[in-house]
Every structure is written in structure tokens, then in C-alpha cells.
Ligand binder design. Structure first.
Ligand code: ADP
Ligand code: ZN
Ligand code: ZN
Length: 718
């Protein structure tokens, strides 16, 4: 009879830990959460199996402290997915399970899951609230049509009224879900021929694994395509997982889904939720119809999963940049394969990784070439040559003219500058001091309104000095342009324009929705922001997009910089003038002859992608090769590099493995730690991973105590 539980704990060690069961007669199912003693502390872990024997001497074996039976076990499907991640990312299973579970569910404190449905009581059926309590009355009427889910009430900001109704005994929280056969609404647009053709091609393949790459120009109606696929899956009683890059930027999307599938359970899962809500939504996932979430949602339990859609699959935010550095897109594909469900990747500018798979025939390629609104033309893209045009505070004459014209026509404009703050640095003209961060190899950014200098890497924050700290010169100058300064410049040039600025400094998730409203209500003439602005917006009266700084990306040492820039510019271009008014995109550049612009002006994603793929092949870069980065952090650069050199020496000589010399990271110093990296590359993923299996377990043995390392499989940022 098994008496020992094998438990995965959140430790850097890739091993399991054995504990004595509390009641040997009742072995715990795999996935059960337990609290165990660990060193001098306690930890919550996941039972993987119960066994008869342990290599640990019986006298040394400790007992479990508690079984956390107030929450369901991690499902077999998620355990399997976590095992895949442990293998693929060479990361401890316990750490992966910890990263996959919502924080609240791996805390030992008791968890009381809430009852998710608000239903009318018998009293409520005949209740007559006072005419003045309009909110309560509206909710009461809505409830007469059927129970409402907590998520819906929250999304509609009706939680306050719900509490009142429960207080008066007219409604109550319940666990019972409503009937599942609510009719689908009929107000769907007639599909475009492209949408129809794609659906026809996909439908026969929906009951098996396969990756479908939907390359659809902006505005071609990819969302409508997903909605149709979801409807198809719903009819088959299956769940859909929809992954999107950033929920804060697409607040309409959730409402859009709810409106399309009334009565169905649509659950959102993202890091913007509070811990309790996130845990509740996670627990609601197994019963939901559609799960809409950011990258962390890829680990949610969905026993009836029938489809995974990854929207904007090229987006960098699908890759986690610390801890378990997973790509939610790649994990989604692994999950699709494990559970035998199709995966749909959608983008106007697919990642070269995905596009290469499609060209090679491993993914099925579907193309949407026409926009859903036939009158919506793609905009003209013009270049303003910075070599020949004088600039005033970073703006050329054609740029100012274009803004003036748009304003005169009563149309809206977007101005992009990828540097937030007032100016990228503060500068002393007499001794060339350029506001260094004391903890990083970065410049402190000038935030004039807040009167601070801030480091955008470590968060260091200090008052603006009255004089140069190096030579005492009192006349310090801002260096370069940031969005704050641009806003100021534009305000002086076009005093009649109503200007709003958005970047991470000014935008809370909620403020985003309000801003969208203001723009649609035409209370804004010019929107200034970083390129994050390009992602989410859909403003029909925006006819001009002005892009001020692209040149850094054209000649960046990061080989993916042009791929990203092209995607951003296509995104921006696709947004300008979506409705009946023609759009215009003006890009300021000192390199107007760069081939990227030729493809962009022709709106030619496939041409550009093929050119980049050819270049990558010539240079042996991904996706033709696979990369792994070993990162090290230490108090001194010498120590970090020495560790990496020892690590490199442990690697086997393999003809398919290229080992590069350890180098300081591009941002060599962050928060007082020096960072270095070792790049491994191979044309063969199996060969590369085979080397890692033997190698990574040795790294802790050669690691000085003050050095930390982490492995980045398929790194996106260096
Ligand atoms: P994408 O995600 O491909 O950029 P969207 O899904 O946002 O495009 O669709 C662009 C616009 O076209 C949206 O306003 C959408 O409601 C509309 N749309 C999509 N499909 C159709 C269709 N078949 N008929 C009419 N309008 C459509
Ligand atoms: Zn000075
Ligand atoms: Zn710093």
C-alpha cells in the first residue's frame, strides 16, 4: 500500500521530494496540493504520485502537514503540459507548476471559492424596487431572464447592485450554472469571400491537431473568423482558449465576445486581475465556454478544450522574460498537440518562425487579403528624408504640414515616438556629462513634469540636479526627444489642437478605455504616444499617422529589430484611415533607401518576410537555426564571464553545435549586477536539446555562490 507522496516543490532543484502520507490507506490523486515542511519553512507543492518506497531513509522522512482539499487538484492535462515545459525549457517541474497556478491557489491559507452565479430568489421574482433605484431595477429585470455570472456583473459594474439585491433577499449567489442552450444571436455579418474560404478550409480539420496560420491584413476580420470557429466548437460542446497579447489594450474585445455569445460563460484570465479574482476565474475555467486571456491563460484547466486561437501571434508579450521564460504561443501549440485540438495563429505580420513553418508546409497557411469593409483602402506611406529636411525639435516641415492639414480638415492624427519621458537624458554642454544611472549601464530619463530623473531599467529615481554633478555648470539641457517633450513641442506649434499623450507614464488600464471614448467622441485631435499605442486602437477618424523614430531599429545589433519594426509599421499603417476616409502614413527617416520601406509602401508582408528569411538563412540565424542563451548575473563582470567560460568548457564538442564566446549583455549592468551571456546555436533542435540535458545539471556545481544563472530557450531579447 503506497505510504509516500512524491511532491514537486518550487525550488531551483530539478528533483522531487518524498513525504509520508497522513493516511496511508488513502493515497492522494496526482495533482493534489499539499503543504509540507521544507527546511525550516513550509511550502505548498503538488503531489505527482504515491509510492511504496523512498530512497530517503525511513527515519529521515517527514510527513505531509496538510492536504489542501479546499481546491481541486491540478488536472492530469495540466500536469502533462507542465511536464512538457520542464522538458522543453529545462526548468524544474515544481517551479513550472508554481508559475502556472494563480498565486492565491498556491498559498496555504484556506481558499473559499465563491459561488459564481447570481440567481433570483422567490421573493425576487415578485419584488418591486423603488423607481429611484434604477440600477437595482435593471439588474432585477435582467435576472428574470436567467442567472448572471459574476464576471459579467463585474464587467458591467453591477456588483454594488448585486450586493444590495442579495442583502434584501431578492437574489442569492449560487453554484448552479444556467442552462447551456441559450440561442446564438443572429446578428452576424455576412462573411467575406476570404473569411468563407478560410472557414471552409479549416472546418474539416477542427477535430484534430494541426497548426493553422492565418495571415490576414489589418481589418480583414480575423476576429470574426475566430468568432465563427468558436460558434462551431460551442455547437460541438467544446471549449475555446483565446490568447491575446494584452488585455488592457483591448477592453472592447471581452464585451464583444459576451455580446456575441449571450448566456455562455466567457471567463477572462490575465495579470490585471486581483489575486482572488484570478483564482476564481481559474477555478471557473473548467466549466467555461470560452477562456479569453493573456499568456498565463495557456496553463488554465479546460477539460473540453476544442480549439486554441492565438491572436497577434507575432507579439513579443507572449514570451515571458523572467523566471520560466516560456513562449505562450509555443506552449499553446504543444498543448494542442497533446490534447489533439487545432491551433489557429493569427496575425497581419506573422513571426518569421511561424511563417517559415507555413512556407515549409508544416503549418497550414490561410490568407485574408481583402479588408472586411470594402471601402477601407490601405493608406499611402510616405517618407520624409531627414538628411535633406531641416528639423525643428525633431519635426520636419512635411510632418508639421501634414498635422496642420489634418487639423484643418477636422481629422485626427497619431504621432509615434518610441521614447517615453521628456527627454532620453539630461546633458551638460560644458563637460559632456549625460545623466548616468548609478546602478545600470543606462542613462537616467528626464521626466520634467514630475521633476525627476528616472532609470527605466532599475527604477532608480532622483530629483533633477540644479547644476552639473560633474563640473557644477548650472545650465543643464535636455538631450533628444521623449513623448512629453514632443507633446510640448506640438502644443507650441499647433496651439488650437487638442493633444493627448499616452505612454506607460500616463496610462492605467482603465484610463485606456476612457481615452478610446474621448477619441471616438472626437474630443482629441492629436494623440502622442509610444508604439504600444499602435497595438490596440481602432479609431475610424484617425487619418494620419506620423512616425518619428525608426532609424535605431534599422541598424540595430538585435537581428530581430527589423522584423519587429516592420510589424509595428504595418500595424500603424493598417490603422490609419480604416473607414471611408483615406489614410496617410508619414515616416521620418535618414535611410529612405532601406529595403524595408519599399516592402512597406507596397504593403507587401510576404515579400519582406521572404527577404528577411533569405538573409537569416545566409547568416545562419533563427528560424533556420535554434538558439539557447545562458545568462549569468554577478557583482562583477569578470565573475560572470568566468562562470560562462567554465560552463562553455563543459559542453560536448558536437558538429551541429555552435558555441559563441561569452560576452557582456547589451545592457551590461542593471541594478548593480553585471550581466553576461553565452549563446548556443544549432540547425538541429534535437541536437541542441540533447546537449542541454547533460549540461544544465552540472551548472550549479561550477557556480560561485554570488553568481546566478538562467537559461533562455528560443530567446527573443538579448
Ligand atoms: P483584424 O483583426 O483582421 O484587423 P477585425 O477583426 O478587427 O480585423 O475586423 C475589422 C472590422 O471589420 C471590424 O470592425 C469588424 O467588425 C468588421 N468585419 C469583420 N468581418 C466582417 C464582415 N464579414 N462583414 C462586415 N464587417 C466585418
Ligand atoms: Zn558638467
Ligand atoms: Zn538603473
Amino acid at each position: 500500500m503506497p505510504s509516500i507522496a512524491r511532491v514537486a516543490l518550487d525550488t531551483p532543484l530539478s528533483r522531487l521530494f518524498d513525504y509520508r502520507l497522513l493516511a496511508p490507506a488513502h493515497p492522494l490523486p496526482a495533482g493534489t496540493l499539499v503543504e509540507v515542511p521544507f527546511g525550516r519553512t513550509r511550502q505548498v507543492g503538488v503531489v505527482l504520485e504515491c509510492v511504496d518506497d523512498s530512497p530517503v531513509a525511513a527515519g529521515k522522512l517527514k510527513s505531509l502537514l496538510r492536504v489542501l482539499d479546499d481546491r481541486p487538484p491540478v488536472s492530469p492535462e495540466i500536469l502533462k503540459l507542465a511536464r512538457f515545459c520542464a522538458d522543453y525549457y529545462h526548468h524544474p517541474l515544481g517551479a513550472i507548476l508554481a508559475a502556472a497556478l494563480p498565486p492565491r491557489l498556491r498559498a496555504a491559507t484556506p481558499f473559499q471559492a465563491d459561488t459564481p452565479w447570481l440567481v433570483l430568489t422567490a421573493d425576487g421574482q415578485s419584488a418591486e424596487p423603488s423607481a429611484r433605484a434604477r440600477g437595482q431595477r435593471a439588474l432585477l429585470d435582467a435576472l428574470k431572464a436567467g442567472p448572471l455570472a459574476r464576471e459579467v456583473l463585474r464587467a458591467n459594474q453591477q456588483m454594488r447592485h448585486a450586493a444590495t439585491l442579495v442583502g434584501t433577499g431578492w437574489a442569492t449567489w449560487s453554484r448552479t450554472p444556467p442552462a447551456q442552450d441559450a440561442p446564438l444571436p443572429t446578428s452576424r455579418p455576412t462573411l467575406t469571400p476570404d473569411q468563407l474560404a478560410t472557414l471552409d478550409a479549416m472546418r474539416p480539420a477542427l477535430d484534430r491537431f494541426g497548426v493553422h496560420l492565418v495571415h490576414g491584413v489589418t481589418g480583414s476580420g480575423k476576429t470574426e473568423l475566430y468568432l465563427n470557429l468558436i460558434a462551431d466548437r460551442l455547437a460541438a460542446g467544446r471549449q475555446t482558449l483565446v490568447l491575446i497579447p494584452e488585455i488592457a489594450l483591448t477592453p472592447q474585445l471581452e464585451g464583444h465576445f459576451r455580446a456575441r455569445f449571450p448566456g455562455r460563460r466567457i471567463v477572462a484570465l490575465h495579470s490585471g486581475l486581483g489575486e482572488k479574482e484570478r483564482a476564481e476565474n481559474w477555478l471557473a475555467a473548467p466549466d467555461c465556454d470560452v477562456l479569453l486571456g493573456t499568456r498565463l491563460a495557456v496553463f488554465a484547466p479546460l477539460p473540453r478544450l476544442g480549439l486554441i486561437a492565438v491572436d497577434e501571434e507575432h507579439d513579443g508579450s507572449f514570451k515571458q522574460q523572467d523566471g520560466l521564460r516560456y513562449s505562450a504561443r509555443d506552449v499553446a501549440i504543444a498543448r494542442g498537440k497533446q490534447t489533439k485540438v487545432p491551433v489557429v495563429l493569427g496575425s497581419a505580420t506573422p513571426s518569421l518562425e511561424s511563417y517559415a513553418q507555413a512556407l515549409a508546409g508544416r503549418y497550414q497557411l490561410h490568407t485574408l487579403t481583402t479588408r472586411a469593409h470594402p471601402e477601407a483602402r490601405l493608406p499611402d506611406i510616405e517618407l520624409a528624408d531627414l538628411r535633406h529636411l531641416p528639423q525643428d525639435n525633431g519635426l520636419t516641415r512635411p510632418a508639421v504640414q501634414a498635422l496642420t492639414d489634418a487639423l484643418a480638415r477636422g481629422e485626427q492624427s497619431l504621432v509615434f515616438l518610441n521614447r517615453r519621458g521628456y527627454a532620453p537624458a539630461l546633458y551638460c554642454p560644458s563637460c559632456a556629462w549625460v545623466s548616468p544611472c548609478p546602478h545600470c549601464s543606462a542613462r537616467l530619463v528626464l521626466h520634467r513634469r514630475a521633476c525627476r530623473l528616472r532609470c527605466h531599467h532599475c527604477g532608480f529615481d532622483t530629483a533633477i540636479p540644479h547644476a552639473c554633478p560633474s563640473c557644477g555648470n548650472p545650465d543643464l539641457k535636455p538631450l533628444g526627444q521623449g513623448t512629453q517633450r514632443l507633446e510640448e513641442t506640438l502644443g507650441a506649434l499647433l496651439p488650437q489642437a487638442r493633444i493627448r499623450r499616452i505612454d506607460r507614464d500616463t496610462m492605467q488600464p482603465r484610463a485606456w478605455a476612457a481615452l478610446g471614448e474621448a477619441v471616438r467622441a472626437r474630443e482629441v485631435d492629436i494623440l502622442v504616444g509610444t508604439q504600444m499605442l499602435a497595438k490596440g486602437h481602432d479609431f475610424p477618424d484617425m487619418t494620419l499617422a506620423l512616425i518619428l523614430d525608426t532609424d535605431g531599429a534599422l541598424y540595430s545589433p538585435d537581428f530581430r529589430a527589423t522584423e519587429r519594426l516592420f510589424a509595428q509599421l504595418m500595424q500603424v499603417a493598417g490603422r490609419a484611415g480604416r473607414a471611408d476616409k483615406p489614410g496617410r502614413v508619414l515616416i521620418q527617416t535618414a535611410f529612405p533607401d532601406h529595403p524595408l520601406f519599399r516592402y512597406l509602401q507596397r504593403h507587401d508582408y510576404p515579400g519582406h518576410a521572404r527577404a528577411l528569411l533569405a538573409e537569416r538563412r545566409q547568416l545562419d540565424l533563427p528560424p533556420h537555426t535554434r538558439q539557447v542563451l545562458l545568462r549569468a548575473e554577478a557583482p562583477s563582470m569578470d565573475a560572470a564571464l568566468a562562470f560562462l567560460r567554465r560552463a562553455a568548457a563543459l559542453l560536448p564538442a558536437h558538429p551541429a553545435l555552435s558555441i559563441y564566446a561569452p560576452t557582456p549583455a547589451p545592457m551590461a549592468r542593471v541594478a548593480n549586477l553585471e550581466r553576461a551571456q553565452l549563446l548556443l546555436q544549432s540547425p538541429s533542435r534535437p541536437a541542441l536539446h540533447a546537449c542541454l540535458y547533460d549540461w544544465t545539471p552540472q551548472l550549479d556545481g561550477i557556480r560561485p555562490r554570488v553568481t546566478r544563472w538562467s537559461l533562455d530557450i528560443d530567446p527573443l531579447a538579448f
